[in-house]
Structures are given as C-alpha cells and as structure tokens.
Design a protein around this ligand. Structure first.
Ligand SMILES: [Zn+2]
Ligand SMILES: [Zn+2]
Length: 212
C-alpha cells in the first residue's frame, strides 16, 4: 500500500500537522487503562476524549512519521507521575496529542482526537486500519467488543517492542517533534502531577467508571 498523509489538527486549528505513513505501519488500538482516563480527566473534558466505554483511541507510530506544520509553540506536556509517560496536548484548546516515552524511543501513541479524519478523502479505516486491539478492558465500562483484553494482549506488546527495537537500528525516533535531537530532552518541560493531584484525578476516574 502507498504512503498517505493523514492530517492532524487540534480543536481550535492552531496546531496542525500530518502523519506520513502506510496504514499498516501503525497500530490502531483502544486503551481503557486508568492512566489514559486520568489524562482525559486532566484535560478537563473527559467525555470529549473518551469513547463510551471510557477508552482512548490511539494510532501508534514511529516519531519520524509525524510532522507538525504550525502552532508548535502551543504544545504542552504532562506526566501523571515522575516515571509516567510524557503525555502531550495543546495549551490552546486542550486537545490530546500523543503519548511518548523519551527521545530515543521510537514510539508515539497519537491520540485519535488529534487526527482530522474529516479532511481525509478516504475512510478512517483505509487511513489507519481497523482496531487491532482493545487493551486494559478491566478499566472499561459498559458493553465491550468481544476481542477486548483485560490487560495488554501479547500481540500488541510484541508489535510495540518490535517498533522500538527496529527504531534503535533505523533511528526512526528522529526527527522528533517532541524531543530535542541534541539533548534528548522534551521540547517543553513536562508538568509532573504531585501525588495529591494524581489522587484527586483518580477519584474522578473511578467516579466515571461507576456511572451508568
Ligand atoms: Zn487548539
Ligand atoms: Zn492507557
């Protein structure tokens, strides 16, 4: 299959870019884990980010496929804890952007809310493929797809591992919109939640999962 350009845009359109990839080179997955839900809570409008099952729709790719073309100064970064994923969003309109590890790890989990599917002239499915895995469904609510997995299925774990390992060899962690090539540091210093802030958000996460 040919490479395609998948447009990226925050809700208020200030931050834009694209992913240049073959659909099969990314993983279309849904993560129900409580950390992803906590990130949605942190952004202030979880219903807008999460699926009806409290899942976060992700498209996992290597960083070299992602390019921001405007509004990069509106990028912001947070961590739920000092060792947590670096989670990126836009400061202009609180659109979730991507989950990352560090500058040498060839893994970006783009949050699909940042993908401008309306601007595509092909279907969402043709652009990013079908959902391959529903992960961490023990944190989900409501009726779930049959292939949901309570933890991380082995298949997706291996795929991500392969992406990262090949990333070391082929240096697909660069160019990288989120980490400086010289220093390996995030382009914006992440805000790390305190334990109290995290606990407060987790209370909201648990309340959301109890709702019917
Ligand atoms: Zn915006
Ligand atoms: Zn998650």
């Amino acid at each position: 299959m040919e490479k395609i350009k998948i447009p990226l845009k925050c809700q208020c359109s200030q931050v834009q870019g694209y992913v240049h990839t073959k659909p099969q080179d990314g993983n279309n997955v849904v993560c129900f884990c409580d950390d992803c839900q906590a990130f949605a809570q942190f952004l202030g409008n979880p219903q807008n980010v999460l699926t009806e099952n409290n899942g976060t729709e992700l498209f996992q790719i290597t960083p070299n496929k992602l390019k921001l073309t405007q509004g990069k100064n509106n990028l912001a970064c947070m961590q739920l804890s000092p060792k947590g994923l670096k989670r990126w969003y836009t400061s202009c309109c609180k659109t979730p952007v991507a989950n990352t590890m560090n500058g040498k790890i060839a893994f970006n989990g783009i949050i699909q809310k940042f993908i401008d599917f309306d601007a595509l002239d092909i279907s969402k499915q043709d652009a990013i493929g079908e959902v391959s895995d529903y992960c961490m469904s023990r944190f989900a609510k409501g009726e779930l797809p049959e292939n949901s997995h309570p933890k991380y299925p082995l298949g997706i774990t291996i795929k991500i591992f392969k992406m990262i390992l090949l990333g070391y060899v082929f240096k697909t962690y660069r160019p990288n919109e989120f980490f400086s090539e010289e220093t390996g540091e995030p382009v914006i210093a992440p805000v790390v939640l305190t334990k109290e802030q995290r606990d407060e958000i987790m209370i909201k996460v648990n309340m959301l999962s109890d709702e019917d």
